[in-house]
Write a protein that binds this ligand. Structure first.
Ligand code: HEC
Ligand code: HEC
Ligand code: HEC
Length: 125
C-alpha cells in the first residue's frame, strides 16, 4: 500500500519532468522559428517585382529594367549582397563586359550577352 503510493508519486514526478522538458523544447523551437516566419514574408514582400536601374547622365535609352520575377530560378544569395547590394546603383556596359553586375551571367554563356541583344530587351519603358 505504502509502496504503491510511493511508486505513483514517482511516476507523477517523471511525468512532470517530461512535461517541463517538452515545454522547454517547444519554447526553444519557437524562439528559433517565429523570427524566421516573420522575417521571410517581410523580405519577400519588400522585394519589388521589377526595378528600374538609374540612367547614366547622358544616356538616351531608358534605364535598364530588371525583373526579379524572370530571375526567380535563382535564390536571393545568387545576387545579394555579392553582385548587387540592394540599393539603387548604376554601372556601364564596359563593366558588364568585364563580367561584373549583370555581366556575371549575361556573358553569352550562362545567359545572352548585352551587346548581342536588342537594346529594348533591357532598356524598355
Ligand atoms: C542585358 C541587358 C542589356 C542590354 C541587352 C543592353 N543594355 Fe545597356 N545597360 C544595361 C544596364 C543594366 C545598364 C546600367 C543601368 C542603366 O544605365 O540603364 C546599361 C547601361 C547602358 C548605357 C549607359 C552606360 C554605358 O555603358 O554607357 C547605355 C548608353 C546603354 N546601356 C546602351 C545600350 C544599347 C545601345 C544597347 C543595345 C545595343 C544596350 N544598352 C543593350 C543593360 C543592357
Ligand atoms: C539575378 C539577380 C537577383 C536575384 C536572384 C535577386 N535579386 Fe534582388 N535585386 C537585383 C537587382 C539587379 C536589384 C537592383 C539593384 C540593387 O538594388 O542592388 C535588386 C534589388 C533588390 C532590392 C532593393 C529594391 C529597391 O527598391 O531598391 C530588394 C529588397 C531585393 N532585391 C530583394 C531580393 C530578394 C528577397 C531576393 C530573393 C527572393 C532577390 N532580391 C533576388 C537582383 C537580384
Ligand atoms: C545570376 C545570373 C543573372 C544575373 C546576375 C542577371 N541575370 Fe538576367 N537572366 C539570367 C538568365 C539565366 C536568364 C534567362 C536567359 C535566357 O533565356 O537565355 C536571364 C534573363 C534576363 C532577361 C530576359 C527575361 C526578361 O526579364 O525579359 C532580361 C531582360 C535580363 N535577364 C536582364 C538582366 C539585367 C538587366 C541584369 C542586371 C541588372 C540581369 N539580368 C542579371 C541570369 C542572370
Amino acid at each position: 500500500m505504502f509502496r504503491m503510493r510511493l511508486e505513483r508519486s514517482e511516476t507523477l514526478k517523471t511525468q512532470g519532468r517530461r512535461a517541463r522538458h517538452l515545454r522547454r523544447v517547444i519554447g526553444a523551437l519557437a524562439l528559433i522559428f517565429v523570427p524566421v516566419f516573420v522575417a521571410v514574408p517581410i523580405g519577400v514582400m519588400a522585394t519589388p517585382e521589377s526595378i528600374r536601374l538609374p540612367q547614366a547622365p547622358d544616356q538616351e535609352e531608358p534605364g535598364a529594367l530588371f525583373s526579379h520575377w524572370t530571375h526567380g530560378q535563382y535564390g536571393c544569395f545568387a545576387c545579394h549582397p555579392g553582385i548587387f547590394p540592394q540599393r539603387k546603383m548604376t554601372f556601364t556596359h564596359d563593366e558588364m563586359d568585364k563580367g561584373l553586375y549583370c555581366g556575371t551571367c549575361h556573358n553569352g554563356q550562362s545567359a545572352f550577352a548585352p551587346d548581342d541583344t536588342d537594346c529594348e530587351t533591357c532598356h524598355r519603358e
